[in-house]
Design a protein around this ligand. Structure first.
Ligand SMILES: CC(C)(COP(=O)(O)OP(=O)(O)OC[C@H]1O[C@@H](n2cnc3c(N)ncnc32)[C@H](O)[C@@H]1OP(=O)(O)O)[C@@H](O)C(=O)NCCC(=O)NCCS
Length: 186
């Protein structure tokens, strides 16, 4: 049964017409997260983790799948609305320690689903949720070679501070005024 923390999956249509579904992560997604990670290209893993990270252990997957939907939140995209459907994208944030209005964001989309608008849709929904939770800033550590992610951030038109450190950009985005009550359009 759908609840506030676990609403029914929302459907959206990618740029090429493919339907996908988005819902908050659940603790029972741990093995699906491992399977999702296992099919990512080494490049996508590196850009997401900023390290090789070839295997996602069950303990790591369980920790990533178990969130409180406020200080830690994750949305997953799936190929169907079925509860056990395969994952094709994950966007998450975690509150930055000591900074109650700031969340660190990370996102990854399955290689064969990239460039179809899914990363943008996941991040927009995640930002909407973060805003409603009272966050005013989000931060991300982005590899300098990751033009896609920088393009996404810059395209949002929000005020950005970026600082170069050890091969990555530390990016801080001001989220601006709170959104309307309505959820973002798919
Ligand atoms: C970054 C990422 C999440 C974007 O997801 P996506 O679903 O491919 O993104 P979208 O389709 O919404 O595209 C966002 C923008 O990036 C551009 N883009 C996407 N893939 C690209 C590619 N391979 N090369 C150049 N630009 C690209 C798109 O053109 C788009 O801009 P546009 O709509 O103006 O053309 C995805 O590429 C990914 O998972 N990368 C690996 C992990 C990662 O880099 N995570 C970010 C650090 S936490």
């Amino acid at each position: 049964m759908a609840t506030d923390a676990q609403p029914d999956p929302a459907s959206l249509t990618l740029k090429d017409g493919t339907p996908v579904w988005v819902r908050p992560i659940r603790p029972d997604d741990a093995e699906r997260l491992q399977a999702f990670h296992a099919q990512l290209s080494p490049e996508s893993i590196y850009l997401r983790w900023l390290s090789a990270h070839p295997v996602l252990s069950l303990a790591e997957a369980q920790a990533l799948a178990t969130v409180d939907y406020a200080s830690r939140m994750a949305l997953v995209a799936t190929v169907s609305p079925a509860p056990e459907a395969e994952l094709i994208g994950v966007a998450r944030y975690g509150r930055v320690p000591g900074r109650p209005d700031e969340a660190e964001v990370a996102v990854v989309v399955a290689d064969n689903y990239q460039r179809r608008g899914l990363g943008t849709a996941l991040l927009q929904r995640l930002m909407w949720h973060a805003h409603r939770q009272g966050y005013r800033y989000w931060t991300a550590e982005i590899n300098v070679a990751n033009a896609r992610m920088m393009k996404f951030i810059q395209r949002g038109g929000l005020p950005i501070l970026k600082k170069y450190a050890g091969g990555s950009w530390q990016v801080r985005v001001e989220l601006g005024a709170p959104p309307d009550e309505a959820a973002p359009a798919a």
